[in-house]
Design a protein. Structure first.
Length: 293
C-alpha cells in the first residue's frame, strides 16, 4: 500500500496537516526554516503516533527530492503552497502522485499578485505555461485544497473547475488542543498569572515594527505585556526586555491566543496582518490593532 507525504514548514502548518483525514500510512517532512525546528521535530518523534516516519529537511526542494526518488512509494503529497517557478518544476516531476495544498493563512484566500503592468502580464504568461495560477491550489498538478473556510475561498477566488475543495477533519478550535506534541509546548507556561488580568500581546512579523515602542509607552502601562516572536524571527534581547513574558518562537499563535482568552479579562493584540485572529474574531474579550508600517 502506498503512503502519503506531508511537507510542513511551520508549527501551525503541523496542526493543520495533522487535521487532514488520510487513511494511508503517513510520513511527516518538517522543513528547517523556523526557530528551533529540530527541537520541534524531536517532540513530534517522541509524542506523536500519527506518523510512520518523521524527517527534517533544509527546504521544500530537499523533501520533494526524496519523494521524487521514492515516487513508487507515495501516492499523495500535501504541501502548504504550490506557487513558485522552481517549485513548479518539482511538482511536475511527481507524475502519478496527487498533490493537495492545505491552509496557510491569508495566502490561501487571496490572489497572490496583480496583473496590472505589461511586466506582470508577461510574468503570468510564463507562469501559465509552467502550470502556475495566481492563487494557492491553482497549479495544474494540484488536485485540491484543504480549507477551514471554503466559502471564503469561493467568494474571493471563485469556483475553480476540476479542483477538489475539501474541509479539515475537525474545527480548528477542537483539533489544536487534541495533539499531545503541541500541548506539551505550553506546559512550561503558567497561564494562571493572567487570570482576570488585562493582557497586551504583540505578535511580530519577520521583523520588529518600529511603532511598537510608542504604543507600549502610551497606551498599555497597566497591561501584562507578552511578546510572541514570528517563527522565523531572530532573538533581540534588548527589545524582549520591554515585555513581561516572551514565549518561544515556534509556539503556534493560535493556541497562545486561545489560552490567554481562557484566563484573562481583556486581551489586546498588536499585529501586522495575522490570519490567526480570524479564528477568534467573535470573541468579545479580544481587541486586535493592526500596526502601521
Amino acid at each position: 500500500m502506498k503512503k502519503s507525504a506531508f511537507i510542513i514548514s511551520k508549527p501551525f502548518q503541523y496542526i493543520n496537516a495533522s487535521n487532514i483525514e488520510d487513511l494511508q500510512t503517513k510520513d511527516c517532512f518538517i522543513i528547517d526554516n523556523f526557530y528551533d525546528a529540530e527541537k520541534f521535530t524531536n517532540l513530534v518523534r517522541e509524542y506523536s503516533d500519527n506518523w510512520n516516519d518523521v524527517q527534517i529537511y533544509k527546504d521544500n526542494y530537499k523533501a520533494l527530492d526524496y519523494i521524487i526518488k521514492n515516487k513508487n512509494t507515495y501516492s499523495k503529497v500535501y504541501i502548504d503552497s504550490d506557487f513558485g517557478v522552481i517549485l513548479s518544476f518539482y511538482l511536475n516531476r511527481l507524475k502519478a502522485i496527487d498533490v493537495y495544498t492545505y491552509e496557510e493563512g491569508y495566502a490561501s484566500y487571496n490572489f497572490i499578485r496583480n496583473k496590472n503592468s505589461i511586466k506582470d502580464r508577461i510574468k503570468w504568461l510564463v507562469s501559465d505555461i509552467l502550470g502556475l495560477k495566481n492563487w494557492v491550489g491553482g497549479h495544474s498538478k494540484t488536485k485540491g485544497m484543504y480549507l477551514y473556510q471554503p466559502e471564503m475561498f469561493l467568494k474571493k477566488i471563485g469556483t475553480q473547475k476540476g479542483k477538489e475543495i475539501k474541509s479539515f477533519s475537525k474545527p480548528i478550535s477542537d483539533h489544536m488542543f487534541s495533539l499531545k506534541e503541541i500541548a506539551i509546548l505550553f506546559d512550561k507556561i503558567d497561564f494562571t498569572v493572567f487570570k482576570d488580568k488585562k493582557v497586551l500581546l504583540y505578535m511580530t512579523n519577520y521583523h520588529i515594527n518600529i511603532n511598537v515602542n510608542a504604543e507600549l509607552e502610551s497606551n498599555y502601562k497597566d497591561c501584562i505585556k507578552v511578546l510572541k516572536p514570528h517563527p522565523q524571527m531572530g532573538i533581540d534581547k534588548d527589545f524582549f526586555e520591554l515585555f513581561d513574558y516572551v514565549v518561544e518562537n515556534y509556539l503556534p499563535a493560535e493556541i497562545l491566543i486561545q489560552r490567554l482568552l481562557t484566563y484573562c479579562n481583556d486581551l489586546t493584540i498588536l499585529h501586522e496582518g495575522s490570519f490567526a485572529l480570524e479564528y477568534f474574531k467573535e470573541d468579545k474579550k479580544m481587541k486586535a490593532i493592526l500596526l502601521s508600517k
